[in-house]
Write a protein that binds this ligand. Structure first.
Ligand code: C2O
Ligand code: CU
Length: 497
């Protein structure tokens, strides 16, 4: 009877969901790029701005003429952009109005919100088990006393970060970059949030992480639209590129073969601009990139391409990301420069000024596959276990060793900005020569970075930002403030190598 069949329905429904065939994917370069709206504060008082955001299920038109169920901050994805001023305290009330259970995956829709790129006091950092259930809210307080940078806020719920962010829980949080230098601004300063998705034949997001390995979509979205087009003038533009995908990394290039000019990394402006014709960008990395369209005649089309080969054979649609169409002369040529020095640096809290001789110790972190899951130093995530205890404001070198065969890991350290010292003993790529908080650790790579563990004491996470790996245990914790020996091995700190 019906009572026997009913409990099986979710399984049958899941099995019946099929990937939208390649022939049914939307045509590339058919929709205009949209820009996530900037959210005004609800109220302001003295030095504090108050915001309110509601996480809820909503419908979005992503595939032309079809409706997709998403989870959105204020019901949109990407969520609204918070554009804030340095020195002003920001309070964000995050209200969880999601359904009790995910519509198809059936987990409980609890959330935790992390502001990625911010030195946040630990109680507001989006600890994976600091969960708000549907019907509850949490007020997050951000001091905003760091330099200008492009950040993003996203879900960090334990074991469901991949599903929650995939459903749409991600948005930008920008402190004005380069206000005092003549970089492009206003409508010439454009965020590009790049993601990949799988749609099913009903036009719904299909979550397929290939047995907790990775999610590889065949539809590329920029700011929530498939392979969009941006009409540009003949002048320079600043693009703030964020890879907000679940697992996919990109190797971006322009179809014209012209180089990009890099002006910022995750933690803000680079000391000096750098150029390269291509760059790798793993999940959660941000680069500020200037493209000069004055090089091209009106009528030129410039495709932002993805050269990363992994899965491109399987999904040729992922070889392109979006297109820029040069349509007119520049209406405005102010702030059309990239100065030779962007940030003189050398300040107390500039990670680019840190030298290995300042480091108190080197810590080794090994990333590997273990029993079908993902481990750091042989261990899976345990919220009660602290694997490192840097003293407050200690400078440390962290060495990331990727021992997992054919897998890469974009590794994020909460709280700090760092400088990449070297990769396999060689200098970092030109575009990595700025402040970072996430580093691409490629297949067989060993990356060393240096950072200062402050300004807050407390418990923070470090993890792979392939959020499928993160959810399946490639995450660890460190506690700033106590100092002393490594709490797990009780081994004395290893001297700087
Ligand atoms: Cu972007 Cu721990 O997160
Ligand atoms: Cu990983």
């Amino acid at each position: 009877g019906a009572s026997l069949i009913l409990p099986l329905q979710p399984i049958l429904v899941a099995a019946a969901r099929r990937r939208l065939p390649e022939s049914k994917l939307p045509a590339p370069f058919a929709v205009p790029l949209s820009i996530p709206p900037v959210l005004p504060p609800l109220t302001s008082e003295g030095t504090t701005d108050f915001y309110e955001i509601t996480m809820r299920e909503a419908e979005a038109e992503i595939l032309p003429g079809r409706s997709t169920t998403i989870f959105g901050y204020n019901g949109i994805t990407p969520g609204p952009t918070l554009s804030v001023r340095r020195g002003r305290t920001v309070v964000v009330r995050q209200i969880n109005a999601l359904p009790q259970r995910h519509p198809t995956l059936r987990y409980e829709c609890t959330t935790s919100v992390h502001l990625h790129g911010n030195a946040t006091p630990p109680q507001y950092d989006g600890w994976a088990e600091d969960l708000s259930a549907p019907g509850f809210f949490k007020d997050y307080i951000y001091p905003n006393d760091q330099n200008e940078r492009t950040m993003w806020y996203h879900d960090h719920a334990v074991h469901h970060t991949a599903e929650n962010t995939y459903m749409g829980l991600a948005g930008l949080y920008i402190t004005d970059e380069g206000r005092n230098i003549p970089l492009p601004s206003g409508r010439y300063d454009v965020p590009l949030v790049v993601q990949d998705k799988i749609f099913d034949t009903d036009g719904q997001f299909l979550f397929d992480d290939d047995g907790q390995k990775e999610l590889m979509g065949d539809v590329i979205l920029v700011n929530g639209r498939p392979w969009p087009v941006l009409q540009v003038e003949r002048r320079k533009y600043l693009f703030r590129i964020l890879n907000a995908s679940t697992s996919r990394a990109y190797r971006l290039a322009l179809s014209t073969g012209e180089p990009f000019t890099f002006v910022s990394g995750d933690g803000g402006l680079m000391p000096a601009p750098q150029q390269d014709k291509t760059f790798r960008i793993g999940v959660a990395e941000r680069y500020g990139v200037v493209i000069d369209f004055a090089k091209y005649p009106i009528g030129q089309q410039v495709v932002l391409r993805n050269l990363e080969l992994k899965n491109n054979e399987e999904f040729p649609s992922t070889r392109q990301v979006m297109r820029f169409d040069v349509v007119s002369e520049a209406a405005d040529l102010t702030r059309n420069e990239v100065p030779a020095v962007l940030k003189p640096g050398g300040g107390q809290d500039d990670p680019m000024a840190l030298q290995p001789s300042q480091a108190r110790r080197t810590r080794d972190w090994r990333f590997e596959r273990r029993r079908g899951q993902w481990a750091i130093n042989g261990l899976f995530w345990d919220p009660r276990r602290m694997d490192a205890a840097p003293g407050l404001n200690d400078v440390e070198i962290w060495r990331f060793d990727n021992h997992s065969g054919g897998w890469f890991h974009p590794v994020h350290v909460h709280l700090i900005d760092f400088k990449i010292l070297d990769r396999n003993g060689r200098p970092p790529f030109p575009y990595e020569r700025g402040p970072k908080d996430t580093v691409y650790v490629g297949e067989g790579e060993v990356v060393r970075l240096i950072g200062k563990f402050g300004p807050h004491a407390g418990k923070y996470m470090m993890h792979c930002h392939n959020v499928v790996h993160e959810d399946h245990e490639m995450m660890t914790n460190f506690e700033v403030g106590k100092g002393g020996p490594d709490p797990v091995t009780a081994a004395p700190p290893r001297p700087v190598s």
